[in-house]
Design a protein around this ligand. Structure first.
Ligand code: NAP
Length: 306
């Protein structure tokens, strides 16, 4: 079978760190072109705008690595051109945009894949399997990282539709909504928004999973050790996921070693979805963030400079 001719859109940090190696390692894809205003990939046809790329490059599919604001229009342009589309997380900035993309993909008969890379982390599937027959008593989510270290100069992240600390925080919610046995329900939230910015730099979230309390703490100003962990207290002891879902520790067991295959798995899944012309869009993590934005008590904090 011929490889899928892929266009990569938004050549920034995640495109370079993860998408390019995963595409190169997957014989089912051939990187045929890129669309980015400044970024380019050596040896690959480069366009500044997606419409020019689609018009010239004879593509089968595109993968979008731009920030979430503006992604809806890019995805719709590709879908209406009959291309399969893979979306970085979060899939868009509003729920209605995602729903509209699903409808457009259905009408066009193309694959739409809203990725949640953290769900592909090594510990997530075994954590889900272990929790299936347990009673969840309490959940603690800690997602604390240093914005200056991981997102240097990414002004968009604190802008409208940038999600702020929920840009990484939505990864925790993608894992929690995958592994916990009941639907998560948002009860309350707080958000610290730096003066002059639109999106939070820190937040807390109180949710329920059945009757069990799920507490989330999200902080973009964490210096020292970085912490992307989820602890689930159950009737059979406490499950701990560390390193963004990569490390799993079950009660009475040693921590399981992790192998980072998140993006190779995403592209494998995209290839399978394309072969079956299927749509894979789970809006639950975005719904939780949207609920948090609906209910949050907001505090304006000191201005933030990168
Ligand atoms: P980034 O480094 O800022 O790269 C995004 C690229 O998109 C930019 O380099 C820019 O390239 C292009 N772009 C198009 N429209 C833009 C706009 N209005 N503002 C800024 N850039 C624009 O961001 P990133 O870290 O790669 O994140 C992109 C997406 O991947 C986000 O949704 C993020 O949540 C997700 N993600 C990031 C990470 C991570 O560790 N950074 C991990 C997993 C997922 P041109 O200037 O050439 O157009």
């Amino acid at each position: 079978m011929q490889p899928v001719r892929l266009g990569l859109v938004g050549i920034g940090k995640i495109a370079v760190d993860q998408h390019l190696p995963a595409i190169a390692a997957n014989a089912g894809f051939r990187l045929a072109a890129t669309a980015s205003r400044h970024g380019q990939v050596e040896g690959v046809d480069a366009y500044a705008h997606i419409a020019d790329m689609i018009a010239v490059a004879r593509l089968d599919a595109i993968s979008l690595c731009t920030p979430p604001a503006g992604r809806h229009a890019l995805a719709l342009t590709a879908i209406e051109a009959g291309l399969h589309v893979m979306l970085e997380k979060p899939p868009a900035v509003t729920l209605s945009q995602v729903e509209a993309l699903v409808g457009a993909a259905r009408t066009a008969g193309v694959t739409l894949f809203a990725t949640w890379h953290s769900r592909e982390a090594a510990g997530v599937a075994p954590a889900r399997a272990w929790l299936l027959d347990k009673r969840v008593e309490a959940v603690r989510i800690h997602w604390r990282e240093d914005i200056r270290r991981w997102h240097p100069g990414q002004e968009w992240i604190l802008g409208p539709g940038g999600f702020g600390v929920f840009d990484p925080g939505i990864n925790a919610l993608s894992i929690a909504s995958e592994i916990l046995p009941h639907q998560l329900v948002v009860e309350s939230a707080t958000m610290d928004v730096p003066q002059g910015r639109a999106s939070p730099i820190a937040a807390t979230l109180t949710m329920r999973c059945g009757l069990a309390e799920v507490r989330g703490e999200f902080d973009f100003l964490q210096t020292g050790p970085q912490d992307w962990s989820i602890e689930v207290d159950t009737d059979a002891g406490t499950l701990r996921l560390g390193m963004g879902g990569a490390l799993l520790q079950l009660p009475g067991e040693a921590e399981r070693p992790a192998d980072d295959q998140e993006y190779p798995r995403l592209y494998e899944r995209f290839a399978n979805l394309i072969a079956r012309r299927e749509i894979d869009v789970d809006m639950r993590p975005l719904q939780l963030v949207a609920d948090a934005f609906l209910i949050a008590e907001r505090r304006v904090t000191d201005p933030f400079i990168f």
